[in-house]
Design a protein around this ligand. Structure first.
Ligand SMILES: [Zn+2]
Length: 76
């Protein structure tokens, strides 16, 4: 059951929701999230993460608690 709905094309939502390392360059996948900035960092960081962080409250939300507006499930 989704607790929040995020419009990934809305810049306010993009700034509000961040990966566990504070980046807003994440993308949703079917079961996780993936962060472009983590993926391109040279540190030993896993670019896949399971909980998205609300930068205003520091609360984190699992993938199934987050509804991404207009997100279409990828079949792969
Ligand atoms: Zn990141």
């Amino acid at each position: 059951m989704a607790r929040v709905e995020i419009d990934a094309h809305d810049s306010d939502d993009r700034w509000r929701w961040v990966c566990p390392n504070g980046h807003c360059s994440w993308e949703p996948t079917n079961h996780h999230f993936w962060c472009r900035q983590c993926a391109s960092s040279h540190a030993d960081v896993d670019p896949e993460f399971s909980e998205l962080v609300d930068a205003t409250t520091r609360e984190s939300y699992a993938r199934d608690e987050v509804k991404i507006k207009d997100y279409r499930r990828k079949t792969a």
